[in-house]
Design a protein around this ligand. Sequence first.
Ligand code: GLU
Length: 432
Amino acid sequence: MSESLFSDASQRLDEALAYASISEEAIERLKLPRSSLKVSIPVRMDNGELRIFPGYRVRYDDTRGPTKGGIRFHPDVSIDEVQSLAFWMTFKCAVANLPFGGGKGGITVDPKSLSPFELERLSRGYIDAVADFIGPDVDIPAPDVYTNEMIMGWMVDQYGIIKRQIAPAVITGKPLTMGGSLGRDKATAMGAFFTMEATLPRLGLSGSPATTTVAVQGFGNAGAIIAELLFNAGYKVVAVSDSQGGIYRREGLDIPSVRQFKDSTRALKAVYCEGSVCNAVDHETITNEELLALDVDILAPAALENQITASNARDIKARAVYELANGPTTPEADEILRGRDVVVFPDILVNAGGVTVSYFEWVQNRQGLYWTLDEVNQRLKQKMVEETERIWDIAQTQGISQRTAAYVHALNRIGDAVQAKGTKSYFTGGGD
Ligand code: GLU
């Protein structure tokens, strides 16, 4: 399976190629990463034992600027996965028109099995291992699955210790007190929300939020917050899940209570039959598979890759899928969904809000001037709505899917940057 994630990811290039104005040579360049680093990180555990963790950082493409992308801590992290995620970041940054290329990092670890001190030693150890590969003008990490602002804080501190300088712009998603940006914590979900609001009327799904049903898979930084934003805007969020399973209520869930419960117990499962939420509302417990197959208007996968596949795509009943996770739909599933008129809004657009506010954070670090939450959200909204509309128009005029349109949009921008750096035309008499 690990071999196929990257081949699935890069298959998107071939699909978009026919519609984009980019040279074959530039496409060839985009088929492999610029550089990949594999490291091993020794960590002294609390019991005195030494454990070695494999870690990775991939800089996929830097044609448009320094590479940018998160660091993931997960037991399934592999070089193939990190490379695929770095590939997606390249296109995501181009979709959002950020002056960045794509990168990604990760450590193969179950972070939930570590103590806080072990986690801190591992995070600092990762930076010790990659410090010469990253930098504010080279490659800028950020949070991803199972990493958060506390971990980014340790990492930026470690980078400063190694380089003997305070360099906040080397990592985004930091704590506010270390140069983080207001709004970065909610930015992925907020960006997805702006994309939804810009597209739902075009799908004829905007009758009224109160009659629009939503199922959200994943209850981390993206899933929990999009559920809450939609709930606050009056949408009927009927199901949510975490890695353990999900809960469903036809009349809609009270998301703030679910969040509060999850925060206090660390498990959604705990909502099932203990305490106030369980007592206050009736709900059914469902599996993640059942959640994906619910008869809802909007399905929002916000967990991991490869969730909607050839084996369950025919069960999807949602009218629209908004990918808050990276890579949740396989290419075969995409085909099946398209045949069934399910509109899929792709990850490289829908979840681009996170990296967009990371960019704002980097800009603020470099300016030394910090923006209000309103300024951040207004700029984010403007960007998300503008790029969503452009991709919508490309899809309409070319008669292609939203995903292919997003790749075409990104490829056109990457192609322009390749061109600007000098290409074949100089050698064939095409240049001045
Ligand atoms: N990990 C997030 C993503 O996949 C954010 C990356 C960033 O902020 O650099 O888009």
